[in-house]
Design a protein around this ligand. Structure first.
Ligand code: PHE
Ligand code: FE
Length: 302
């Protein structure tokens, strides 16, 4: 959950920092059942595909408990592990507020859950995307530090006019990242792990490119918000992601990037460390037969 096109001031009922009570008692049995359906389907799908760190997070946070998680209970566990808390917001929040929350180790989440008709796709991130997708990795101390550093970097990027660069890094790591662990590619991005279709596509489909993450390369690359990604970036480890982002001063990178053209979603550069060169057949089929696209398969995020 975050940013883009948000109102400049919090709606009535929200605090100055945009948070609202989760009102956990107001969820209906049907809403809890929707969570359970999604949880069960996704947990099965992710076995053997997701980063073990994600599964450890689900486990230590006791997220398999039936029903929509109560943020107070979840935050109590999470805070003991990494100092993060989860709070509810009414919808998209302005960039600056989103970054400030991350910098303070607060993860803002939508409190509504999708309807059964939206089981496979919805445009706005709901509580399943935000909580199932994002929160398990926040139980990992390294990833928890990365998210905080990202928030601090985001606040800095506002003053440097580079927020869209940093948004791309979030997209290609936090939302759609892959990781290579013990020689195998695994999922970790929240936009993938909360999506039934994309959890297969991102790992197994011959269509997308899979390229080793380079910070500058990712920040040059456009992204698609309403379909599967054409390119996924792969990290070596969470430690490496954190180290690279902390050790790199982004200000000169932003300046260099202003002199480079943006890259299309399916670009391959000579200097890329390509893990899989995709056929891009999926995207090609969309152009040839656009009606297939009537039910866009991924969830919206960032
Ligand atoms: N090191 C980055 C900067 O100089 C901050 C940052 C940290 C950005 C982690 C993203 C992730 O702005
Ligand atoms: Fe998200």
């Amino acid at each position: 959950m975050s940013n883009a096109k948000a109102l400049p001031v919090p709606p009535s009922g929200a605090a100055a920092d945009w948070t609202i009570p989760q009102d956990w008692r107001r969820y209906t049995p049907a809403e809890h059942a929707m969570w359970d359906t999604l949880f069960e389907r996704q947990s099965k799908m992710l076995a053997g595909r997701v980063s073990p760190t994600f599964l450890q997070g689900l486990d230590v946070l006791r997220m398999s408990k039936p029903g929509i998680p109560d943020f107070d209970e979840l935050s109590e566990r999470l805070h003991k592990l990494t100092g993060w808390t989860v709070v509810a917001v009414p919808g998209l929040v302005p960039d600056e507020d989103f970054f400030r929350h991350l910098a303070n180790r607060t993860f803002v989440a939508g409190r509504f859950i999708r309807t059964p008709e939206q089981t496979d796709y919805l445009k706005e991130p709901d509580i399943f995307h935000d909580v199932f997708g994002h929160v398990p990795l926040l139980a990992n101390p390294v990833f928890a530090d990365y998210m905080q550093a990202y928030g601090e970097g985001g606040l800095r990027s506002l003053g440097l006019g580079a927020i869209h660069r940093l948004a791309r890094l979030y997209w290609y790591t936090v939302e759609f990242g892959l990781i290579r662990e013990d020689g195998d590619l695994r999922l970790y991005g929240a936009g993938i792990v909360s999506s039934y279709g994309e959890s297969i596509f991102a790992l197994d489909d011959p269509s997308p490119h899979r390229i080793r993450l380079d910070l500058k390369r990712a920040m040059r690359t456009r992204y698609e918000i309403d379909d599967y990604q054409r390119t996924y970036f792969v990290i070596d480890s969470y430690e490496d992601l954190l180290r690279q982002t902390l050790e790199t001063d982004f200000a000169p990178l932003y300046a260099e990037l202003n002199a480079c053209a943006d890259l299309p979603v399916d670009a391959i550069l000579p200097e890329d460390d390509v893990i899989t060169r995709g056929t891009q057949a999926y995207a090609g089929a969309m152009v040839a037969a656009p009606k297939i696209k009537s039910a866009p398969p991924i969830e919206a995020h960032l």
